[in-house]
Ligand binder design. Structure first.
Ligand code: F6P
Length: 320
């Protein structure tokens, strides 16, 4: 193997830059050439790609976002788009491709492999942490810490004003950010798409706390579970408590990656290159029980990761 490509695809996540750096430097260390593909599969189709060198990835290990930029490509989901991408594989002499992204990006990689045979390697990068086969995806830890930091600040003002705060976090289909941040920040209630929770139960818990002398409350809502604004309106209507809503939004996707995410990204990016060099293909690298592992890409995308129900139950017990 002489030349590989690397791209970031889907929603960005902090630590993607550290992963790009690891792919590029590990590959160059072993004498390979690396082509950086911009704007995910869009750049793959449009030949928006250039060779990278050691300097291309200098000074990025600590930066959020992705220097290669990213996109959710419509055109790559069509056979015509993938054919154009394959023309670029031949034009640039790519013999393998590292895709840093989430399950949608991995589906695209696998479809491309099935049609054109290019060995692909997936590196999980999404704040949602919803990918099977890895305990953590790149960017999740940073996003959780961002939420916890915000909740700390909101808690100060919630206490001062004796208010109930609804904090909406990201996660259209996954409650992982809400669950981890909720447990870490001592939220009274955590709403996640995986576990339906009625508004009356939430209000009953708030009222119970109030009767016990609790003067403020924090409720964390994953965007896929309910609208924070709607929950705030209902709580105010049913309890009469002074209720405020904060939607954290895309601040969860940016910012300097935590040390954990940098180490995860560096380890997984390097492993992806190592596996391609060994002739492996269509794998996803991951971290399981502290060890770097790999599994079939097909298996990784064939079902979604289960939420840690023991953690959810614990959060409920501790916030009683
Ligand atoms: O997949 C990551 C994620 O941040 C989700 O948590 C969120 O629902 C979605 O992306 C938002 O996507 P967009 O970039 O289109 O706003």
């Amino acid at each position: 193997m002489q030349r590989i490509g690397v791209l970031t695809s889907g929603g960005d996540s902090s630590g993607m830059n550290a992963a790009i750096r690891a792919v590029v430097r590990k590959a160059i260390y072993h004498g390979l050439e690396v082509i950086g593909i911009r704007r995910g599969y869009t750049g793959f189709v449009e030949a928006d790609m250039d060779p990278m060198n050691l300097g291309s990835v200098a000074d990025i290990v600590h930066r959020g976002g992705t220097i290669l930029r990213t996109a959710r490509s419509e055109v790559f989901s069509t056979p015509e788009g993938r054919k154009k991408a394959y023309d670029n594989v031949k034009r640039f002499g790519l013999q393998g491709l590292v895709v840093i992204g989430g399950d949608g990006s991995f589906r695209g990689a696998l479809a491309f492999h099935k049609e054109y045979g290019l060995p692909v390697m997936g590196v999980p990068g999404t704040i949602d942490n919803d990918i099977n086969g890895t305990d953590y995806s790149i960017g999740f830890d940073t996003a959780v810490n961002t939420v916890v930091d915000a909740v700390n600040k909101i808690r100060d003002t919630a206490t001062s004003h004796e208010r109930t705060f609804i904090i909406e976090v990201m996660g259209r289909e996954s409650g992982n950010i809400a669950l981890h941040a909720g447990l870490a920040s001592g939220a009274e209630t955590i709403m996640i798409p995986e576990v339906p929770l009625g508004i009356d139960d939430i209000c009953e818990k708030l009222n119970r706390g109030h009767r016990r002398g609790k003067l403020h409350s924090i409720i964390i809502v994953a965007e896929g579970a309910a609208s924070g604004i709607e929950i705030g309106r209902l709580i105010k209507e049913k309890t009469g408590f002074d209720t405020k809503v904060t939607i954290l939004g895309h601040i969860q996707r940016g910012g300097t990656p935590t040390a954990f995410d940098r180490i995860l990204a560096s380890s997984l990016g390097a492993k992806a290159v190592e596996l391609l060099m060994k002739g492996e293909k269509n794998k996803m690298v991951g971290m399981v029980s502290g060890k770097v592992v790999s599994k079939d890409l097909q298996e990784a995308i064939s079902s979604s990761k289960n939420i840690a129900m023991d953690m959810y139950d614990l959060a409920g017990i501790l916030s009683i």
